[in-house]
Ligand binder design. Structure first.
Ligand code: 8GP
Length: 828
């Protein structure tokens, strides 16, 4: 007798709870070789993943067949990073099977949350750019656009972080040590790529010159496919990640000549390419291995695209640019421009002009940062060693660009040529990957209105003069499926009850919720949910840090990579100011606050690590100081990652978005936090500006210098010491950091921060913005004491940020850049 045969939840997948249970148990038996009464939680998790995959693979087959039959134009997203997080609950939600799986597992005696915790994060990215790629592939599948993501199958993702006496320790992330149930290896689609060697010039019988590249090494790329499930069972697209291996052919050669050990070494070297993700955020790694990583994945991917294209078109290239569009996620995949030229000119023997015309219809480039240290440049010398033929092609692209474009608009202007050249002619000549990307792409975009303006005015003004229509904006977005529906189920239910269930795919619907902003019952319900989320987070905090926090305090959260421009140290100075005020005036009146941080510092970024250490030391002191009477708590959460973000964001009251104006390209954490009802304390930077426009000035606490004021101040000459000597609070706090108050017996351990702000000149204007930041916090404190006022502001934040769904970003890309058609998936 079957019991509890509840119908499927929403979504296209129709399966009863009973069938789901049967599938899970069947996989326990047949896939895992174990039994219900002895299976470990890991085995249960794997069996459930296998059961989920039965539904996923149906969708995958249908999608691939439908795309093939319709010969669709497709987007190819090239990204060195995908910060996916976990896929278990995401896939269940997108299939519409979460509640059902919860019930099925419950009936089998298992708790779904415990199984979710069995999964390692797939942390194949550093931060913003990588997480954006993950949101975009979710939206592409949800919106039924034919698309494939290409990247690297890193053996080790972003390092795992822990603290030892407050200092960051990094350990390797072995996310797939025991396999990963979401990926499929596709040996039938292996590619081989070449590096090193030399170029020979040869002449054919007609006397035509030809370049022949004799590579020094051949490497195999093995593709792993991760199905990307659209919401409501629409399309299932693919993320294809390449793993490097030694080429069989090459190894045999060495092996046969008696070099077994050499062959083994070759193996290791080849496998190193996909071994680890570079842990740099916003800084250029500039290492040979990094260039090889970039080339490895774009070469494998282009060959894969061409293989697929040739299935339908053989050697007829005339449809290529109609079928294929490639988005370069920052300059990291820009070497695909000379690589496609090489394939077309050297391999397909196409004329240069025709090949170049194809390239210029295929590539589009997204810029994610203006920070000079992040703008990629490769020494010509290194390029010549690793990719000798590509360097020649870049020279030719550059020669024609300078002659046919630059010299036509600015005849004889050598200064313009010097500035615009793809090759920077310093004592060490460099290849400028940003220039190459702009020249080789038909469209270039920034990621928020202000950022796109600055890309034009500050980064590439002459390129804009050459090609005014090339430049556009696409403001970032986040997927509301992961960042509201899945991570904040209670708020999602409340929204369902008040505005219906269409919002996950039509986020503008959230605006209907504004009608309830003054409704006392809805305010109570909204704040009760926030309270429960905070209580849940408090349990996590206790478990991870052993710190007790009060869920009734304001939860003030700053989560993002650690970087001076993001100014976690401004937050720290403000915490110190509050602490000092409390010590000076035991009755200092403030609503209790918990400051929570989550951030990883690049392992080689000294000051970023010093800031983590300082926050941890200050936290230790404050959290144990009885005089504070629980008005203030400070927590640095270890190992911040997508999974932790999913727990912190629903619990946030205040969102810290405090970068120096002009430095944060967009931000996406700002969007996630506002969506979950947090009130932003922020500068007029990146997407904060657009968030302020949407939520209204009274529902956000804006502070600090604007982009124009920052520029003016730098021109005028900024002297941080003025602020130090004129503001006694700033002076006292910075001097405090030099003592051993926070590091007993070890004075000076936190002095690096003071030094960077005074002797270092405070490049990110922390001291200039301090007072205004402190005032913004007083305003927030004031708002919070009026419960109804706060609830109204929080509700209006959630209700007003529908614009920031990644579905809207994707539609913007489609209309401004990609020009794709939706493809409805048919079943067979
Ligand atoms: C980030 C930007 O800093 C952030 O403002 C933006 O929201 C995000 O990209 C998505 O557009 N940039 C990066 O993550 C970045 O430049 N990373 C590369 C060095 C790896």
């Amino acid at each position: 007798m079957k019991k509890h045969s509840a119908p499927a939840a929403t979504g296209a997948v129709q399966i009863s709870t009973e069938q789901l249970k049967d599938q899970i148990v069947r996989h326990l038996h047949a896939t895992l070789g174990t039994d219900v009464n002895k299976a470990s939680p890991k085995a249960w998790w794997r069996a459930t993943c296998a059961a989920i995959n039965e539904q996923v693979y149906d969708g995958l087959r249908n999608t691939q067949r439908t795309h093939y039959e319709n010969n669709t134009r497709a987007l190819h997203y090239f990204s060195l990073e995908y910060l996916m997080g976990r896929l278990f609950s995401n896939n269940l939600h997108n299939l519409g099977l979460y509640d059902q799986a919860k019930q099925a597992l419950g009936e089998l005696g298992m708790n779904i949350a415990d199984l979710e915790d069995q999964e390692e994060d797939m942390a194949l990215g550093n931060g913003g750019l990588g997480r954006l790629a993950a949101c975009f592939i979710d939206s592409l599948a949800t919106l039924n656009y034919p698309a494939i993501g290409y990247g690297i199958h890193y053996e080790h993702g972003l390092f795992q972080q822990s603290f030892q006496d407050g200092k960051q320790i990094e350990r390797p992330d072995s996310w797939r040590e025991y396999g990963n149930p979401w990926e499929i290896c596709r040996p039938e689609s292996v590619q081989e790529i070449s590096v090193y060697g030399y170029v020979e010039t040869v002449y054919d019988l007609q006397g035509r010159m030809k370049k022949v590249w004799h590579p020094g090494r051949i490497i195999k790329g093995v593709p792993w496919d991760i199905p990307v499930v659209g919401y409501n069972g629409s399309s299932v697209n693919v993320l294809r990640l390449w793993e490097s291996r030694a080429s069989d052919f090459f190894n045999w050669d060495v092996f046969n000549s008696g070099g077994y050990i050499d062959a083994a070494r070759e193996n290791i070297e080849a496998e190193t390419i996909s071994k680890v993700l570079y842990p740099n955020d916003e800084t250029d790694a500039g290492k040979e291995l990094r260039l090889i990583q970039q080339y490895f994945f774009v070469s494998c991917s282009l060959k894969d695209i061409i293989r697929r294209y040739k299935r339908a078109h053989a050697d007829d290239w005339s449809e290529f640019a109609k079928q294929v569009v490639i988005q370069l996620n920052d300059t990291h995949p820009a070497v695909s421009i000379p690589e496609l030229m090489r394939i077309l000119v050297d391999r397909a023997e196409m004329q240069w002009d025709q090949a170049w015309s194809i390239c210029q219809q295929v590539f589009a480039y997204t810029n994610h940062t203006l920070l000079p240290e992040a703008l990629e440049k490769w020494p010509v010398r290194l390029f010549e060693k690793v990719l000798p033929r590509h360097l020649e092609i870049i020279y030719e692209i550059n020669r024609r660009f300078l002659l046919e474009q630059v010299d036509v608009l600015w005849p004889g202007d050598d200064e313009k040529k010097r500035k615009l050249s793809i090759i920077e002619e310093n004592h060490e000549p460099m290849v400028r990957m940003g220039h190459l990307s702009v020249v080789g792409s038909f469209r270039v975009n920034g990621v928020a209105e202000i950022h796109s303006k600055l890309v034009k005015s500050d980064l590439f003004p002459e390129m804009v003069a050459l090609w005014p229509d090339k430049f556009t904006n696409v403001t970032n977005g986040v997927t509301p499926r992961r960042w509201l529906k899945a991570c904040n189920p209670k708020l999602s239910k409340l929204l369902d009850n008040h505005i219906g269930t269409a919002w996950p795919t039509d986020l503008k619907q959230l605006s209907k919720f504004a009608a309830f902003a003054d409704d006392a019952a809805v305010q109570d319900a909204f704040m009760a949910i926030k309270q429960q989320n905070k209580a849940e987070l408090a349990t996590v905090v206790k478990k991870l840090t052993n710190i007790d926090i009060d869920p009734h305090a304001i939860f003030d959260i700053q989560i993002k990579r650690l970087h001076e421009y993001k100014r976690q140290h401004l937050n720290l100075l403000h915490i110190l100011a509050l602490y000092r005020r409390i010590l000076q005036d035991p009755n200092y009146d403030m609503a209790p606050r918990v400051f929570l941080f989550g951030a990883k510092a690049a392992p080689g970024y000294k000051l970023a690590k010093d800031i983590i250490y300082a926050i941890n030391k200050v936290a230790e002191k404050i959290n144990h100081d009885k005089r504070v009477k629980n008005r203030l708590k400070v927590v640095f959460m270890p190992n911040y990652r997508v999974t932790l973000a999913e727990k912190m964001i629903p619990a946030a009251d205040v969102s810290e978005q405090i970068s120096t104006a002009g430095k944060e390209a967009s931000g996406t954490g700002n969007m996630k936090l506002a969506l979950n009802g947090a009130i932003t304390v922020g500068t007029l930077d990146g997407a904060n500006i657009e968030i302020a426009e949407e939520v209204g000035d009274e529902n956000i606490a804006i502070f600090g210098l604007t982009v124009d004021e920052v520029k003016t101040l730098h021109v005028k000459g900024y002297n941080s010491a003025d602020y130090y000597y004129n503001n006694p609070e700033i002076k006292a706090i910075l001097d405090w950091l030099e003592t051993d108050y926070f590091t007993p017996g070890k004075p000076g351990e936190l002095a690096a921060i003071k030094r960077s702000l005074l002797e270092g000149g405070d490049p990110y204007l922390v001291l200039a913005d301090f007072e205004s930041y402190s005032k913004a916090h007083e305003k927030v404190d004031h708002w919070y004491r009026d419960k109804a006022l706060w609830a109204k502001k929080a509700i209006l934040n959630t209700a007003s940020v529908g614009k920031f769904t990644s579905d809207r970003s994707i539609e913007d890309y489609v209309s401004r850049v990609w020009h794709l058609e939706k493809c409805k998936i048919t079943k067979n």
